[in-house]
Design a binder for this molecule. Sequence first.
Ligand code: DQA
Length: 137
Amino acid sequence: MKLLIINGPNLNLLGKREPEIYGGQSFEAFFSQLQSRFPEVELEYFQSNIEGELIDKLQDAGFSYDGIILNAAAYTHTSVGIGDAVKAIETPVVEVHISNLATREPFRHESHISAGARGVIFGFGLKGYALAVQSFL
Ligand code: DQA
């Protein structure tokens, strides 16, 4: 089982960025815990702040991996291109958000990703990524 986590803009700052919303742990530290928790899964991680790089990565992985876990961050609410890429690829995508989008600003209630995703997990903090991995097992 080969899964890829793709994180979008500003998620490289996890741990430092608005910790009251996104928590105090860096994604790198969380990712090594996640790898030890699922030793049977080949887990990879990619982060970019650039929309086109996220689309390139979805296209690269989207015909060979067993699953993609995507937190497109702010691009979730703006990017028709990332939404189209999710629909274009064969690999199923699970959309994850750390925060509970329904309790936040109205512009965060819209997602260009959800219509192409197999499912959506939000509001559980970083644990949402572990729930997403489990959804593929
Ligand atoms: C986020 C929610 C987005 O609205 C925001 O722009 C992010 C992170 C989340 O994981 O809660 O950067 O995707």
